[in-house]
Design a protein around this ligand. Sequence first.
Ligand code: THU
Length: 122
Amino acid sequence: MRRLLAHAHAPYSGVQVAAAVEDEQGAIHYGVNVENAAYPQGNCAETSAIAAMVTSGARAIRRVWVTSSLPGLIWPCGGCRQKIWEFSAPGCEVVSVGDDGAAESHTIEALLPLGFRLEPRG
Ligand code: THU
C-alpha cells in the first residue's frame, strides 16, 4: 500500500496519505488524498478508498489500513471516522501502518464512540 503514496496529490500540505478498505467479500479498494487549490475541497485518502468501494457495489467495511509520508502512525480525521462508521461491519478494524512497517489497530467503535447512524445496525 505504501507505494500508493506516490499517487497522492498533496502539493499544499506535502503530506501523502494512502488508505485501503477491505469489503465484505474480501476485495480491497484503494485511495489516496487528493488536495485542491481551494483547500477545503480536498479529499482524504480514506474518503477516496470508501468512494472506490461504494462505486464497486460493495457496502460493508471489514478493515481499513492507513499510512502516510509522516514519521510514525497517523489515524483517520474525525470526518473520515464518521465515513468509515457509515459502512463499517461490526468489529471493523482500523490499522495504521508506519513508515517502518510497525502497525497498530483499533476498532472503529473505539475511534468513534457513539457515532451517528440513522438506522440501528442489523
Ligand atoms: N489526510 C488524509 O488523507 N487522511 C487522514 O486521515 C488525515 C489527513 C490528508 C488530508 C490532507 O490532504 C493531508 O492529509 C494533510 O492534512
